[in-house]
Design a protein around this ligand. Structure first.
Ligand code: ATP
Ligand code: RIB
Length: 307
């Protein structure tokens, strides 16, 4: 049945996450003796692909790994979940991506990423997948891949009328290229990312609306702010509605945003209206924060209660 659906194409990074849980985050120059160590599959792109697949979407992942044990494990794991990895390339020169993650007792994290092969995902790799993109339900991207590649993929999808979703994470250093924003249909930033993209500091409702309208003016019809435990704010052409999340005890918020994005793609690809899709995404992400790790914390479809 999955084969009859149009594919959700996730273009982005895969990393191996090296996670240490400590009582509190170490400050610069400080050593905190930690608790457990875990090595998990991660990377924003791969996390979103895994979320889409676990939640019932037919999923294709376009990315790049190194010619090493981490890369081989990543490919095997994605394939095991039924994700199409035909366009997942192997770099001859760079190692697979690695993320060093610290999670504290409150469930907060800090992350440092060595991009490795992820930084080699090129416009030529997108061209090689053009036929798949042309036939997709939608594409989703993040910012752990080169910005020229992300921009090129957005233009390619738009050429065929395929909806483009951008999760501008991690927060970019600067505003995003106009050429990219003009080809994005739905953007899913958290508050920090929205501030950088819009160039407006968000301090209250008025500045929030200003930032949203600035992003709309860049050509993006739908803006979805994720608000952590508060859920999400959905805005279409300046009309906004807050969609609350579900009350849970957060253990580790790593990949909450990725779960939200992957779930949203599944819901939209099934034709759900945007508000219902955000409820579904909140539900999936709220489950993910109750568990440790990135991909292993993402729920399967049968864990999502029917509304
Ligand atoms: P991260 O970078 O940690 O993956 P993010 O900053 O991209 O997250 P958030 O806004 O923190 O994104 O979280 C994304 C979504 O996850 C929220 O919109 C919400 O649905 C869910 N979520 C996050 N934290 C909680 C929480 N404590 N309780 C319930 N839901 C949560
Ligand atoms: O969004 C969470 C992800 O960010 C982690 O899995 C880590 O690999 C980094 O890319």
């Amino acid at each position: 049945m999955n084969q009859e659906k149009k594919a959700i194409i996730v273009i982005g990074s895969s990393n191996t996450d090296m996670v240490i849980r400590t009582r509190k985050m170490p400050r610069p120059g400080e050593t905190v003796l930690g608790g457990d160590f875990m090595m998990n599959h991660g990377g924003k792109g791969a996390n979103q692909a895994v979320a889409a697949a676990k939640l019932g979407g037919r999923t294709t992942f376009i990315g790049k790994v190194g010619n090493d044990v981490f890369g081989r494990q990543t490919v095997e794991m994605l394939r095991g979940l039924g994700i199409d990895v035909s366009y997942l390339g192997v770099s001859d020169t760079k190692p697979s991506g690695i993320a060093l993650i610290n999670v504290d007792d409150s469930g907060e994290n800090s992350i440092a990423v060595a991009s490795g092969a992820n930084a080699e995902l090129s416009t030529a790799d997108i061209d090689a997948a053009e036929e798949a993109i042309r036939n997709a339900a939608l594409i989703i991207m993040q910012l752990e891949s080169p910005i020229e590649t992300v921009t090129h993929a957005a233009k390619t999808a738009k050429k065929y009328g395929v909806p483009v979703i951008l999760n501008p994470a991690p927060a970019p250093a600067h505003k995003l290229p106009e050429e990219l924003m003009a080809n994005v249909d739905i953007i899913i930033p958290n508050e920090t990312e929205a501030e950088i993209i819009s160039g407006i500091g968000i301090t209250d409702q008025q500045s929030e609306l200003l930032a949203i309208n600035k992003i709309h003016a860049m050509g993006v019809k739908t803006v979805i702010f994720t608000l952590g435990s508060d859920g999400a704010l959905v805005c279409e052409n300046g009309e906004c509605e807050k969609v609350p999340s579900f009350k849970v005890k957060a253990v580790d918020t790593t990949a909450a945003g990725d779960t939200f994005c992957g779930a949203l793609c599944v819901a939209l690809s099934e034709g759900m209206p945007i508000r219902d899709a955000v409820v579904f995404a909140n539900r999936a992400a709220s489950i993910s924060v109750t568990r440790m790790g990135a991909q292993q914390s993402i729920p399967t479809r049968d864990e999502i209660p029917m509304e």
